[in-house]
Each structure stands twice: as C-alpha cells, then as structure tokens.
Design a protein around this ligand. Structure first.
Ligand SMILES: Cc1cc2nc3c(=O)[nH]c(=O)nc-3n(C[C@H](O)[C@H](O)[C@H](O)COP(=O)(O)OP(=O)(O)OC[C@H]3O[C@@H](n4cnc5c(N)ncnc54)[C@H](O)[C@@H]3O)c2cc1C
Ligand code: FES
Length: 272
C-alpha cells in the first residue's frame, strides 16, 4: 500500500550520510529516509536546506532505507548544499509525482546534464527486464559526463553513446545529433528522456516525425510539490502532481509551451 499524501508531505529532518563528488559541478547526497527509499524512477523529492530554501530534486537511487540525489550547483540553495558534509542536517518531503512506465521491449534513454540521474535509476531497474537497453548521454565536456562507469554496467558497451560539445569525450556534437541515424538503424518500443527542456523539445519533435512512443520528465519552478500553488503549470497540467513524467499525447497538448516559456515565481511568463 502506498503512503498517504499527509505522510509523504510531512517534512522529515535527517543527517546526510554520504556526499560523493561526481563532476566539478555535481555532487551526490545520500540520505536515510524510509518513504523516499521506496520511490520509483521519475519521482522527485523536495529538499530543505535549513535557513536557505527548499528545492525539487529527482531521485537518483532508492533502496534499503536510503535515497540519493545528484545536484548541480547553480544558485543559492545548491551552493549551500554543496558546502554541506556528511553528518549535517537537511529536511525532506516526498516522494512526489508519477514515475516512468516500465517498457519491456527495446528501449532508448536519452539524457543531458543532471537529467542523467533519474534515467540511471530507471536504467538500473529496466536492465534485467528489457530486450535491449540503449543510452545516449550528452554533456558540455568530459568532466561533466555523469555516471559513465555505472551506465557501462547497465547497458552493453556498444549500446552507450556519449556526446560532448567540446569533443573531449565521445562524439563531438549535441546529444540530439546521433538520434536520426540511430532511429534509421534500430527499432525502439519506448524512448525515455530527461534533461534541458530545449533538448526534450527537439527529441519530442523527432519522435513525433517517426511516430515513436516517448516519456519525458519535465522541470518547472516548484514550491508546494503537491499540486496546490500553481507555480509549476504547463498547459492544463501541474508538473508536480500530473508529472513530472509526461507521455507523447500529453506533450502534444503542451507543445506551445514546451521548450519555450514557463511561469516565474511572480507569476509572469518567462523564457525556459
Ligand atoms: C522535478 C524537478 C527535478 C529536478 N531534479 C534535479 C536534479 O536531479 N538535480 C539538479 O541539480 N537539479 C534538479 N532540478 C533543478 C533544481 O531544482 C534547481 O537547480 C534548483 O532549485 C536551483 O536552486 P538554487 O537556489 O541553487 O538556484 P537559483 O537559480 O538561485 O534558484 C532560485 C529559486 O528558483 C527555484 N528554481 C530554480 N531553478 C529551478 C528549477 N529548474 N526547477 C525548480 N525550481 C527551480 C528554486 O526553488 C529557488 O527557490 C529539478 C527541478 C525539478 C522541478
Ligand atoms: S509546485 Fe505547487 S502546484 Fe506544483
């Protein structure tokens, strides 16, 4: 039986048990939390950094009473979090949102930046169940390519394609560039993606042209995480409650906003 909304929405404070450096800008934080340790790939949690802010983060791993998040330092909250060490206290609400569906055929996962974190979690769960699992990961440079070792473990080496914008590792191109030739060569039963929204938009357009099924995890500014405040709207959906994972039919409904605009915290529409 899943936990009640009251239980998942109650703030729990706990110690960080481990901090791992993943790249010059990304660290993984491991926390003890019974509810989030039962999360499914695609779900997110709200992490409270005492005295600073509360921010949404995708769950990167969850098992045995532990939950992990991988966080890129971009602003105030994430800078404070990056300054924290094992033994210090944070707060957690969640897990929130829906999760990716489990496809058993030939699947392709495409990630950019920290979007690799939830897709690594998904890949680990799917690897034993799918006929073939392929992964395309992109980053600006070799330093910022996340979880290469782990991804090599879950997909056979030839099924992992990496791209960097500066050519320091893998193919020198954007993560979307190898996709057309990959779609020409191979059949896929499901495409999963997570990453910068302009990347998601481009991938959605490619899958629409080829009539391929897709599930994409989206990000919007979030405050409550439970569908009340409206900060995270896209079209008729609230990303925190109806997503963050959306299928092709839903992405079609929000395509006027996808990769184009979102609400800022003052309610005005701002570019993505
Ligand atoms: C569902 C979801 C999952 C996410 N998963 C991850 C993840 O796994 N790893 C990761 O590094 N980042 C993730 N993000 C983005 C992360 O929440 C922001 O980078 C973070 O909130 C920035 O906070 P800041 O104070 O450091 O930056 P600032 O830019 O200073 O943020 C100021 C305020 O904006 C909000 N904010 C800024 N950017 C975002 C954003 N993209 N989404 C939501 N709120 C934002 C924060 O709540 C904060 O209050 C996710 C966002 C969403 C919505
Ligand atoms: S964050 Fe409040 S409705 Fe989604």
């Amino acid at each position: 039986m899943s936990a009640s909304l009251t239980a998942v929405n109650t703030l729990r404070t706990m110690e960080i048990v481990q901090v791992r450096v993943e790249s010059p800008t990304v660290k993984t934080f491991v926390l003890v939390d019974r509810l989030c340790s039962k999360a499914k790939p695609g779900q997110f949690l709200m992490l409270w950094i005492p005295g600073v802010d509360e921010i949404p983060l995708s769950i990167m791993d969850a098992s045995n009473g532990l939950v992990s998040v991988s966080v890129k330092q971009v602003g105030d909250a994430t800078r404070h979090l990056h300054g924290m060490a094992a033994g210090e206290t944070v707060g957690v609400r969640g897990p929130f949102g829906n999760s990716f569906t489990e496809s058993r055929g030939r699947v392709l996962l495409i990630s950019g930046g920290t979007g690799t974190a939830p897709l690594l979690f998904l890949a680990k769960q799917l690897s034993a169940k799918t006929e073939r699992l392929s992964f395309v990961e992109g980053a600006k440079s070799k330093d910022e390519l996340l979880f290469i070792h782990e991804l090599n473990g879950v997909c056979k080496e030839k099924n992992l394609v990496t791209t960097t914008e500066d050519g320091t590792y893998g193919l020198q191109c954007l993560v979307t560039e190898p996709l057309n030739s990959l779609f020409d060569r191979e059949k896929f039963d499901m495409i999963y993606t997570c990453g910068p929204e302009v990347m998601v938009k481009k991938i959605f357009e490619l899958t629409e042209q080829r009539k391929l099924p897709i599930e994409a995890s989206l990000e919007r500014l979030m405050r409550c995480g439970i569908g009340l405040c409206g900060s995270c709207v896209i079209g008729k959906y609230r990303v925190c409650r109806d997503g963050p994972v959306f299928n092709a039919a839903q992405l079609r409904e929000v395509k006027e906003e996808l990769g184009i605009s979102k609400l800022g915290f003052d309610g005005s529409r701002i570019p993505v």
